[in-house]
Design a binder for this molecule. Structure first.
Ligand SMILES: *Cc1c(COP(=O)(O)O)cnc(C)c1O
Length: 394
């Protein structure tokens, strides 16, 4: 494949052309799945020197290399390396264990993915790292929360339940002035719609379980880092011994190849459904930064080139049992955790149960929706039935 000038191509093209070595694949378009632990060395001298493109299964294979080259090409020229880990949460824990040490302090956005918070409050506390949570809308005022030992700031934009948009550029400017690293959970937009590493982020993590896999059939995580952070991530991965199964790597690579068309459809259908829901009498508010009326819209427009299919709605006040009746009535919206697959999902949530730096008082029951690849006409009809059941149960 001609990938000699990959950065001159558009992202959609890079997703298709990168990481392909047609000759090594004997003409086949895709690399095979290398199942392997032992890698044989041709000579004792090579063995002593650990010489060879591949040295041991945990450290990579032609399948992982193809995935890493493709994601690196998507991230852009700031990306110095991509680490592969077994889940999105493992991307977060591996990153934090790689960059922090006892006595450090980390600032974490209050709308962060809840298991990230559990990791900070649980394991990081045990290892002598202190966490302070901050208001997602803090902007440059984050300066006030810095301590002499603040080593990193962790952001997520938008938060994957409440959808506030932190100003990552403003936060990164302050963090870099203080010598701290900026870590971003970029699962919602993926590097296709949010080029974190070009906007002041040092380490961009993804639950590739979601849109990169895209079919609800793998657990997978990635850590993309710039030249400053990559040596720490590479060492952390090596010391912790994390890697991913070859079939999952293959499926993640396959997902990357079609990411641009899937995400474009999630973007279109998501916005269409968000607008439709905003006009429904049962809905008090739609939380989607792609809507012009959303408080985070200006930041989204400045920093993102698209939205995915995940957003939330606040219903007008209704008893829990009526909302449950609505959920039980829906046929196309399944109930379950995770998202980013081809199918639509709906779950109730309550951020107030765990937030510490900010209050969450939406004023009604909240549902998070994932808009899949079904026809939006059918999805609207399904929600119509759900709303009718909600009203009947009140
Ligand atoms: C799902 C998710 C994760 C964790 O990913 P897993 O692959 O389920 O471990 C991390 N961050 C965000 C924002 C997520 O939605």
């Amino acid at each position: 494949m001609d990938s000699s000038h990959p950065q001159e191509q558009q992202a959609e093209t890079r997703l298709v052309t990168s990481g392909r070595d047609t000759k090594a694949q004997k003409g086949f378009v895709n690399p095979p799945v290398f199942h392997g632990s032992t890698v044989l060395y041709p000579t004792a001298e090579d063995l002593h020197a650990h010489r060879g493109e591949f040295t041991y299964g945990r450290h990579g294979s032609p399948t992982t290399k193809a995935f890493q080259e493709t994601l690196t090409a998507l991230e852009g020229p700031q990306c110095a390396g991509v680490g592969i880990v077994p889940s999105g949460l493992s991307a977060i824990s591996t990153t934090l264990l790689s960059v922090l040490k006892a006595g450090d302090h980390i600032l974490v956005v209050d709308n962060v993915y809840r298991p990230t918070r559990n990791f900070c409050n649980g394991m990081l506390t045990r290892y002598g790292v202190e966490t302070t949570y901050f208001d997602p809308l803090i902007g440059a005022d984050i300066e006030k929360l810095f301590k002499p030992n603040t080593r990193a700031v962790l952001v997520e934009a938008p938060g994957s339940q409440s959808f506030e948009m932190p100003d990552i550029r403003a936060i990164a400017d302050v963090a870099h002035g203080r010598g701290a690293l900026v870590i971003d959970d970029n699962t919602w937009a993926t590097p296709l719609y949010h080029r974190s590493l070009e906007q002041g982020v040092d380490i961009s993590m993804q639950a590739a379980t979601k849109y990169i896999g895209g079919h609800s059939d793998i657990m997978f995580g990635t850590i993309s880092a710039n030249a400053k952070a990559w040596p720490m991530i590479a060492e952390g991965i090596r010391l912790l011994g994390v890697c991913a199964g070859p079939d999952d790597v293959f499926l993640a690579l396959r997902g990357l190849r079609t990411l641009s068309v899937r995400l474009a459809q999630h973007h279109r259908s998501g916005l269409e459904m968000a607008r439709w829901l905003a006009g429904r009498p049962e809905v008090a508010r739609v939380l989607h930064p792609g809507l012009e009326t959303d408080p985070g819209h200006a930041i989204w427009k400045r920093d993102f080139t698209g939205a995915s299919g995940l957003f939330s709605i606040v219903l007008k006040p209704a008893p829990q049992q009526a909302v449950d009746t609505m959920l039980n009535t829906l046929k196309l919206f399944g109930m379950g955790f995770s998202w980013g697959g081809f199918e639509s999902l709906a779950i109730p949530f309550d951020c107030d149960a765990y937030r510490t730096a900010t209050k969450w008082a939406p004023g009604g029951p909240t549902l998070r929706l994932h808009i899949g690849l079904e026809s939006t006409d059918d999805l609207k009809a399904d929600l119509d039935r759900g709303f009718a059941a909600l009203k009947a149960a009140m």
